[in-house]
Ligand binder design. Structure first.
Ligand code: SAH
Length: 352
């Protein structure tokens, strides 16, 4: 199999090109082409034809195809379903905010974590994405939509910290001044709470925003909705977040899904406020997006408002996430799931 060129850093490319007897600046030319979205070596017109042929014999260039594209009529949100080179699909969502355009990208095909409310994990983990495949989602979302991307959130399908090395390499690539040059402070990474990896990430001292999917302040109800809580419980996750804050100086934000009768009681709001006090934490409340298979439902408006006001009365910043793209299944593996189900249905139909 040919090597995946776009997953290489500029320094690695320079070393590889030196080994081929090519000067350093050639590597930079290729790096720039790749990070502008070139799909083949033939597009790299400032390289000689023999060099293009040589590179083509050694390296692959990843580039996903648009399998589906949906545009929200309500708010301009665009959802992409990308088909990767091996036929697997992942989603990205482009959202337009006043502060700039944000793309939400997937880190894995499927997910191992098994959260009970999440569509991404229903079929388990298929495979982890490569650094180039992470970058491609940002790059080709920008190219296809024509919207310059200034912010990235790793909150799509998959658990980014379960694909730790590829994600770190992706961050280096997307941050590169010769590439998309997106600053770490414009990047958020969301995790369900892999404590060992949160500690490793803290040591890297990156300036990105760490978001932790807490979804419940007590182990009894968190155990019911997030199997990972049996490995690392609420106290262990919060201790790791405090450590992360101390080491990096970056405040951790918490995602909190409002699920009726599971995570939305006033007692839980009080307990959450108590457990987060002194952390400068920000709580991002997310009304649950109903996923047919889960049997779980979103909290009432009243329960959400009450929960938020309890947190605020304890001095905790709590915002309710605006639902963008609700008309286009723009959340959490819903499009991939539907696509696959229909595909299977299609296959069954044709088998009949
Ligand atoms: N694996 C990472 C990132 C992926 S999901 C994590 O767990 O953080 C991004 C966020 O959406 C997470 O907070 C996740 O718990 C939440 N989420 C998943 N399914 C949801 C649903 N049906 N409704 C609302 N939020 C959901």
């Amino acid at each position: 199999m040919k090597e995946d060129l776009k997953s290489m850093t500029l320094a690695e490319m320079e070393a590889a090109f030196a080994a081929l007897g090519e000067p350093k600046f050639r590597a930079k030319q290729v790096f720039v082409w790749l990070h502008k979205g070139a799909r083949s070596f033939d597009e790299m017109t400032n390289l000689s034809k023999p060099l293009r042929a040589k590179l083509d014999s050694l390296y692959d260039i990843t580039a996903p195809e648009v399998a589906r594209k949906q545009l929200s009529k309500k708010d301009g949100t665009i959802k992409y379903l990308w088909r990767l080179s091996d036929g697997n699909c992942v989603e990205s969502v482009v959202m337009q905010y006043h502060h700039g355009n944000t793309v939400c990208i997937s880190s894995e095909v499927g997910c191992l974590m098994g959260c009970k409310f999440c569509a991404s994990t229903l079929g388990g983990l298929v495979r982890r994405l490569r650094p180039s495949e992470l970058l491609d989602q940002v790059l080709f979302s920008q190219i296809d939509s024509g919207l310059p991307i200034s912010n990235i959130v790793l909150m799509g399908i998959g658990e980014p910290l379960d694909n730790f090395d590829a994600v770190l390499r992706f961050l280096e690539l997307v941050n590169s001044p010769d590439g998309m040059n997106i600053g770490m402070r414009h990047i958020s990474l969301s995790t369900c709470g892999l404590v060992d990896k949160i500690k490793l990430l803290a040591e890297k001292k990156l300036q990105l925003t760490l978001s932790v999917s807490l979804h419940s302040p007590d182990n009894e109800s968190r155990n019911k909705i997030m199997p990972i809580n049996k490995r690392w419980n609420v106290e262990e996750v919060l201790a790791a977040c405090k450590e992360y804050y101390e080491i990096t100086g970056r405040r951790v934000s918490f995602e909190y899904t409002m699920i009726s009768g599971v995570s939305d009681s006033p007692e839980q709001a009080e307990l959450l406020a108590k457990k987060l006090s002194g952390m400068g934490a920000h709580v991002n409340m997310i009304p649950l997006n109903d996923v047919e298979e889960t049997g779980l439902h979103t909290s009432s408006r009243e329960a959400i408002a009450r929960f938020q006001s309890i947190l605020q009365s304890h001095g905790i910043t709590a915002t309710v996430r605006r639902t963008l793209g609700s008309d286009i299944d723009a959340s959490c593996g819903q499009l991939r799931r539907k696509f696959e189900k229909n595909d299977q249905k299609g296959a069954a139909d044709s088998a009949d």
